[in-house]
Design a protein around this ligand. Structure first.
Ligand code: FAD
Ligand code: DLZ
Ligand code: SF4
Length: 511
C-alpha cells in the first residue's frame, strides 16, 4: 500500500514520526503554500527561512533515496493551501493512504481531520515525538493539579530524561533551579559575541528573490539574512553557542542593552521549532559542557530549564486548553495595537529598540518580548488578539503552540493565571534597572506625572487600579496593592488621569 507522507515547514527532521516505516513506493510531500505565508503576514525573514530550509531538506532527503514531491509557491498548479495540495498530489500519485505528524497549530489539526473524508483515503495522524512530553503525558501530569506550575513539571522532566540528575536521583548541585543567579543587570562591557554568518547557497538566493518579490508588503527586513537553513548549519550554531556563549547565558539572561540584539542568548528557537535541531540533543550538549567543566551549573541549568521545562510546558498548555484558550481575555483588554508596533516611531526608546530588533532580525530576546513589548501591551490594555497576531507574524520562531501561551498567558495574563502566577507588569524602574535604554530616552523613568514622565509608570499603577477586583486576591500582589492603597486619593486620581492622557496620546500616535 503506497503512502503519501506530508512534511510541514516546521517538521524538517529526518526522524519525524511521519517518515517512520517509509516504504519504497511511498512519497514525501512538501509544499510552499500562500495560505500559510499569509494567514498572518509573516515577517519576510521567517518566510525565507522556512522556504529555504524546506527546499534544502527536500534536496537532502532525495539524495538519501526518498521519493519526494516538492511544490514551489510559484508552481502554476499550486492551489495555495495544504488541503488543496494534499488532495491534488494524493490523487495525482494514486496513493492509498496519507500519513502526517500532528501539527503545531490547532487550525492545521482541524484541516488534517477533514482530509480523510475529503480525499477519500485513510489519514493517519501520528504523535510528534520530537517533543519530550507528549500531549497525553502532559494531560496525565496536569489532570489532578489545581495549579500547573512549570517548576514542578520541569523537575519531572529532569528525572524522566535524567538530565542534571545524580545517581541517587537528586538534582546536580543539590538544587533544581538556579534562577536567582540569572538576573544580573547589564554591566559595562557585557560580552556580546559576534554571531555566525553562513554562505548563501543558490537555493537561498532564489528564495530571497522570491520572497522579495511576493512579500514586500509584510513588516520586516529580508536582508541581511544570516539564518542557518540546514541541519548542518544549525549544528554549527549550536556548537558555537555551547563553546563560546553558554558560559555567559545564565548570569545576564534578563539584561538588555541598546544596539545589542542577541547578547548571550542562543538564537536556537527557530531551528528547534522547525526540527533542524532536536530539543534533547541541545539539552544533552549543554549538560556535557557542564560535566566537562566548560560552563557553570547555573548557565547549563538555566538554559536546559528553558527547553526541557518552559518549551515543553508551554506546548502542553496550548494543547490542553485549545480551542477555548484562544478566546480568553481575562483582563478584558481591547485597546487597538498602536502603529509603533509596526515600526512608526515613538519617543519611548525601549519600545523603539525592541521593535527595530524585531523588524531587522525577526528576533528579540525573551525579556524584551516579555518586559518591553509585552509589558507595554499588558499595561496599556491592548487587544489580546491583535497582540497575539503581532507576535505570531513578526518572530521567526513563532508557531501558535508556542506563541499563544507565551503571549496570552505569560505576557498578557489573558488566561487568568494558568501560565503565570502573577502578571509580568513592571514600571519604568524595572526597565531602567535591567537595561540602558532609559539613558537614551527623552522620557524620565523616575517621573510619574510630569510632562516627560515615563509612560510605563502611570500605566503601571493604572493597570493595578483598574484590575483591582480581579487581581487583589493574588498573594504575590499583596505588597503592590497595599502600596497603591497608601497613595492619597489625590495622587491616585492624578495617576489615573495621567494614564488616560497617555492612552489618548498613544492612540493619536504622539507617545
Ligand atoms: P534562549 O534565551 O537562548 O533560550 C533557549 C531556548 O529555550 C530557546 O531557543 C527556546 O527553544 C526555549 N525557550 C526559552 N523560553 C521559552 C518559552 N517561554 N517558551 C518556549 N520555549 C522557550 N518562543 C518561541 O519559540 N516562539 C514564539 O513564538 C515565542 N513567542 C513568545 C512571545 C512572548 C510574548 C514571550 C514573552 C516569549 C515568547 N517565546 C517564544 C519564548 C522566548 O522568548 C523565545 O523562545 C526566545 O526568545 C528565543 O530566543 P533564543 O533561542 O535566543 O532563546
Ligand atoms: C509558517 C509557514 C509558512 C510561512 N509557510 C509554509 C509553507 O508554505 N508550507 C509549509 O509546509 N509550512 C509553512 N509554514 C509553517 C506552517 O504554518 C506550520 O507547519 C503550521 O502552522 C503548523 O505548525
Ligand atoms: Fe522606556 Fe520609560 Fe525608560 Fe523611556 S524612560 S526607555 S519609555 S522605560
Amino acid at each position: 500500500m503506497s503512502s503519501l507522507r506530508l512534511i510541514l515547514g516546521d517538521q524538517l527532521s529526518e526522524s519525524i514520526s511521519s517518515l517512520n516505516d517509509f516504504q519504497k513506493d511511498d512519497w514525501i510531500l512538501l509544499c510552499e503554500v500562500m495560505e500559510e505565508a499569509t494567514y498572518v503576514k509573516h515577517h519576510p525573514k521567517k518566510i525565507a527561512f522556512l522556504f529555504a530550509a524546506m527546499r534544502h531538506f527536500a534536496v537532502e532527503m532525495q539524495a538519501k533515496g526518498f521519493k519526494l514531491r516538492y511544490v514551489k509557491l510559484t508552481d502554476p498548479q499550486n492551489s495555495g493551501s495544504f488541503t488543496g495540495e494534499v488532495h491534488r498530489i494524493a490523487q495525482e500519485l494514486g496513493v492509498e493512504r496519507l500519513i502526517v505528524t500532528e501539527p503545531g497549530e490547532y487550525r492545521v489539526k482541524c484541516m488534517m481531520e477533514s482530509w480523510q473524508e475529503l480525499i477519500g483515503i485513510p489519514v493517519e495522524i501520528r504523535v510528534d515525538d520530537r517533543f519530550l512530553c507528549s500531549i497525553q503525558a502532559f494531560n496525565n501530569w496536569a489532570k489532578d493539579k489545581k495549579q500547573l506550575r512549570m517548576e514542578y513539571f520541569y523537575r519531572e522532566m529532569r528525572k524522566k530524561y535524567h538530565i542534571l540528575i545524580e545517581k541517587n536521583g537528586s538534582p546536580t548541585g543539590g538544587k533544581w533551579n538556579y534562577d536567582k543567579e540569572n538576573r544580573k543587570p547589564p554591566t559595562k562591557g557585557l560580552f556580546s559575541p559576534k554571531r555566525i554568518s553562513h554562505n548563501k547557497s543558490s537555493i537561498l538566493k532564489e528564495v530571497l528573490r522570491l520572497v522579495a518579490e511576493k512579500f514586500s508588503d509584510h513588516f520586516g527586513m529580508l536582508e541581511p539574512f544570516n539564518y542557518a537553513i540546514t541541519r548542518a548549519q544549525a549544528l554549527i550554531e549550536l556548537d558555537d553557542f555551547i563553546d563560546r556563549i553558554l558560559s555567559n547565558f545564565g548570569d545576564y539572561q534578563d539584561a538588555m542593552l541598546k544596539g545589542e540584539v542577541y547578547l548571550n542568548h542562543s538564537l536556537l528557537s527557530s531551528y528547534i521549532n522547525v526540527g533542524l535541531l532536536l530539543p534533547l540533543e541541545v539539552c544533552q550538549k549543554a549538560e556535557t559542557a557542564y560535566r566537562n567543566g566548560k560552563v557553570s551549573l547555573n548557565a547549563a541549568e538555566g538554559f536546559i530549564r528553558q527547553i526541557l521545562g518552559w518549551r515543553e510546558y508551554i506546548r502542553g498548555i496550548y494543547w490542553r486548553y485549545m480551542p477555548e484558550y484562544e478566546e480568553l481575555n481575562y483582563l478584558n483588554a481591547k485597546n487597538p495595537l498602536p502603529d509603533f508596533y509596526w515600526g512608526s516611531k515613538t519617543r519611548m526608546s525601549c519600545i523603539n529598540e525592541v521593535i527595530s530588533h524585531t523588524q531587522q532580525h525577526a528576533y528579540s530576546h525573551h525579556i524584551q518580548r516579555l518586559m518591553i513589548s509585552g509589558n507595554f501591551a499588558l499595561l496599556a490594555g491592548l487587544d489580546v488578539k491583535q497582540v497575539q497576531e503581532w507576535y505570531l507574524a513578526v518572530y521567526s520562531d513563532a508557531y501558535e503552540w508556542v506563541e499563544m501561551p507565551n503571549t496570552l498567558g505569560m505576557s498578557l495574563f489573558g488566561d487568568g493565571g494558568i501560565v503565570a502566577s502573577k502578571p509580568y507588569a513592571a514600571s519604568g524602574k524595572y526597565i531602567k534597572k535591567m537595561s540602558n535604554f532609559c539613558q537614551h530616552c527623552s522620557y524620565d523613568p523616575e517621573d510619574m506625572l510630569g510632562e516627560n514622565a515615563c509612560p510605563f509608570n502611570a500605566l503601571y499603577w493604572d493597570f493595578i487600579a483598574r484590575n483591582r477586583e480581579k487581581l487583589k486576591g493574588n498573594q504575590r500582589l499583596f505588597y503592590v496593592y497595599s502600596t497603591w492603597e497608601k497613595f492619597s486619593d489625590e495622587k491616585q486620581r492624578a495617576i489615573r488621569d495621567k494614564a488616560a492622557i497617555t492612552l489618548v496620546c498613544m492612540n493619536k500616535g504622539e507617545l
